[in-house]
Design a protein. Structure first.
Length: 128
């Protein structure tokens, strides 16, 4: 999978969703919902950027491709579940959607812990 391309596209989507929130939703969301939406956009950006960065680590020999695949997949799942549920919650007002958000948070945490463990362990070539 070309995670670099996916990372770039997910970043483009973050810009579009952020712009949509700033312009199309202006005046339509209450303060709470606007904050929820902005949190979704912020985490979307951070983790999409992380996805892009992690995708380059195998190219510089810092991480095995198989490890990067797992980490990138977890980051993408986290973006969809965490940010996606916050977008849906903010726009719909259905608070039960917030129950999905922690699952995305767990995916984010798992991705970063796995990255830290893999980098700490070192020697990516022997782990492919």
């Amino acid at each position: 999978m070309n995670w670099s391309s996916i990372g770039a596209l997910v970043l483009a989507v973050a810009v579009m969703i952020g712009a949509f929130g700033a312009h199309a939703l202006q005046g339509r969301l209450d303060e709470y919902s606007r904050g929820v939406y902005e949190t979704g956009v912020l985490y979307h950006f951070f983790h999409a950027l992380g996805l892009l960065i992690v995708s380059f680590l195998p190219r510089i020999g810092a991480l095995a491709a198989k490890q990067a695949n797992w980490i990138c997949a977890l980051l993408l799942v986290g973006i969809v579940l965490f940010s996606g549920s916050l977008y849906a919650l903010a726009i719909s007002g259905v608070r039960m959607l917030g129950a999905v958000t922690p699952l995305g948070g767990v995916a984010f945490i798992a991705a970063w812990v796995l990255l830290g463990f893999c980098l700490l362990k070192g020697d990516p070539v022997s782990h492919e």
